[in-house]
Design a protein around this ligand. Structure first.
Ligand code: SF4
Length: 221
């Protein structure tokens, strides 16, 4: 059963409070010096670890320092520069396309609005929210696979649709918490609430988790 608005709000604020005690203020683990570098790093991070992306980007950004150089890059050279990120052909295409839209629509400057960001080729709400939250300090709630899984298991949402989940959370959680909440839930999903074999018995959220309650195990407190 879907939780009502009030219950969802109380649950998510409690999740936010408990995770904040553990993780505090979080930052994106991708290295970047400006919004364009973050945009490129986020595209590279699909199905690739942030650690690996951080190894690739220093050289990449030296070779291609701005949107114009990325838009005008030789695709084979770009593919070679990002090869170790995996899915390099698609990623090179996406980077080049996004850079071309930046040049043609925004003078090569990354826009700081959801509308502007999602108008770029290959940029969806998740990427746009990462850029808004981390590069511009504008509240955004990126919903990735970890956020989907953890919030569904806890019982805060009942949906597999990222946009609906974002709307349901944003409706009841104050904007100033969105970016950090997403970072914390992603960390919790990577470290504890893993897709396979979640560490429920040692989880700091198990006393408020619907999945745990349904398992009939003894709670933390
Ligand atoms: S109790 Fe288990 S399912 Fe619930 S949040 Fe923790 S790890 Fe995830």
């Amino acid at each position: 059963m879907k939780p009502g608005r009030k219950k969802r709000g109380e649950l998510l604020l409690e999740v936010n409070r408990i995770l904040y005690d553990k993780y505090g203020d979080c930052h994106c683990s991708l290295d970047y010096k400006n919004p364009l570098q973050l945009l490129v790093a986020v595209i590279l991070s699909a199905q690739c670890t942030d650690v690996r992306v951080n190894k690739i980007t220093p050289e990449l950004f030296k070779k291609f320092p701005d949107a114009v150089s990325l838009a005008e890059s030789d695709i084979t050279e770009l593919e070679e520069a990002i090869k170790s990120a995996g899915l390099f052909r698609n990623k090179a295409k996406s980077i080049k396309k996004a850079a071309s839209s930046l040049v043609s629509k925004f003078n090569g400057i990354v826009p700081d609005t959801m509308e502007g960001l999602t108008s770029l080729a290959g940029v969806g709400r998740k990427t746009a929210n990462v850029i808004l939250g981390d590069a511009f300090g504008i509240p955004g709630l990126p919903v990735d696979t970890h956020v989907k899984r953890v919030l569904n298991r806890i019982g805060a949402v009942k949906s597999d649709n990222a946009e609906k989940i974002e709307a349901m959370v944003n409706e009841v959680v104050p904007p100033e918490y969105w970016t950090n909440l997403s970072h914390m839930v992603i960390l919790h999903g990577r470290e504890t609430c893993k897709a396979r074999n979640p560490d429920c018995d040692d989880c700091i959220l198990n006393h408020i988790c619907a999945f745990y309650a349904s398992s009939g195990r003894k709670r933390n407190n």
